[in-house]
Design a protein around this ligand. Structure first.
Ligand SMILES: *[C@@H]1O[C@H](CO)[C@@H](O)[C@H](O)[C@H]1NC(C)=O
Ligand SMILES: *[C@@H]1O[C@H](CO)[C@@H](O)[C@H](O)[C@H]1NC(C)=O
Length: 223
C-alpha cells in the first residue's frame, strides 16, 4: 500500500514537471510556431479558441493573435493607449526573458479596436499575494519605442486578429537566438449582457482567477 502511494506521488511529480517543462521552440521569422488554448481560468471550462503565432527577428518579437468564435467584439470606444482595456475584451501576453519564474515582466494587451496596454509589472511575490507589493510602470510612448500593432475585426468569420511587434531591447534581448523566455497568453471575454463579469482564458492555467501567477508561465526557447 505504502509503495503504491509512493509510486503515485512520484508519478504526479513527474507528470507536473513534464507539463511545466514542455518547451516551445520559437523560430526566426518568417517561420512561426503556434500555441493555442481553449480553456478557462481557473476551472478549465471551454473557451473559444485563441491562437498565438510567434517568431522573432534580431530586434523584435512578433505575435499574431487570432481570437476565434468571438461574438461580442466588446471594447470601450473611448479607450486609448494604456487605458484599462483588460476590463473589456482583450488578448494578452505576459513576457519575461530568462528561465526563472519572473518577478518583473511586460504585460502587453490589445483590444478589438486596436488599443494597447503596455506596462512592466513588479510582482516580487510572483503570485500577486495580498499584502505584498504589486506595481506597474507604463511604457508611455510605445509607438515611438518601436512597438507596432495592427488589429482586424472580421465579424462574418467571428474572428479578430492582431499582429504585434514588441522591441526586444526592452528586455536587453536583441539578437535572441538561443535565449530562453517565460510567457503566458490570455484572452478576456465579456459583452453587454454580462459586463463587468468576464470569462478568463489562459494558455497556462494559473489555478486562480488571477493572471499574475508567474510559476505557471510557459517556457519558450528561441532557436
Ligand atoms: C469556432 O470557430 C471555428 C473556426 O473558425 C469553427 O470551425 C467552429 O465551428 C466554431 N465553433 C462554434 C461553436 O461556433
Ligand atoms: C493600429 O494602431 C497602430 C498604432 O497607432 C497603427 O499604426 C495601426 O495603423 C492601427 N491599425 C489599424 C488597423 O487601425
Amino acid at each position: 500500500m505504502l509503495k503504491c502511494i509512493l509510486l503515485f506521488a512520484i508519478y504526479i511529480v513527474l507528470a507536473y514537471a513534464a507539463g511545466k517543462d514542455e518547451t516551445i521552440q520559437v523560430p526566426a521569422c518568417p517561420d512561426t510556431s503556434s500555441v493555442s488554448f481553449t480553456t478557462s481560468v481557473p476551472n478549465g471550462d471551454p473557451c473559444p479558441k485563441t491562437q498565438v503565432d510567434i517568431c522573432y527577428t534580431d530586434k523584435s518579437l512578433k505575435l499574431l493573435f487570432t481570437a476565434s468564435n468571438e461574438t461580442n467584439f466588446y471594447y470601450n470606444p473611448s479607450h486609448q493607449t494604456n487605458d484599462n482595456i483588460w476590463a473589456y475584451e482583450a488578448m494578452e501576453a505576459f513576457i519575461s526573458k530568462g528561465l526563472e519564474d519572473p518577478q518583473t515582466y511586460l504585460e502587453y494587451e490589445v483590444s478589438p479596436n486596436n488599443q494597447t496596454f503596455n506596462a512592466f509589472i513588479y510582482n516580487p511575490s510572483r503570485e500577486s499575494l495580498p499584502g505584498q507589493p504589486m506595481d506597474h510602470a507604463y511604457i508611455s510612448s510605445p509607438f515611438s519605442d518601436g512597438f507596432q500593432v495592427n488589429t482586424q475585426i472580421d465579424k462574418p468569420s467571428s474572428q479578430w486578429k492582431t499582429e504585434s511587434t514588441i522591441p526586444l531591447a526592452l528586455f536587453n534581448g536583441e539578437h535572441p537566438k538561443s535565449s530562453v523566455w517565460r510567457m503566458n497568453f490570455f484572452r478576456t471575454i465579456t459583452g453587454p449582457d454580462i459586463f463587468p463579469k468576464q470569462k478568463l482564458c489562459a494558455w497556462r492555467n494559473p489555478g486562480k482567477a488571477n493572471f499574475h501567477i508567474t510559476p505557471v508561465f510557459g517556457v519558450l526557447s528561441f532557436v
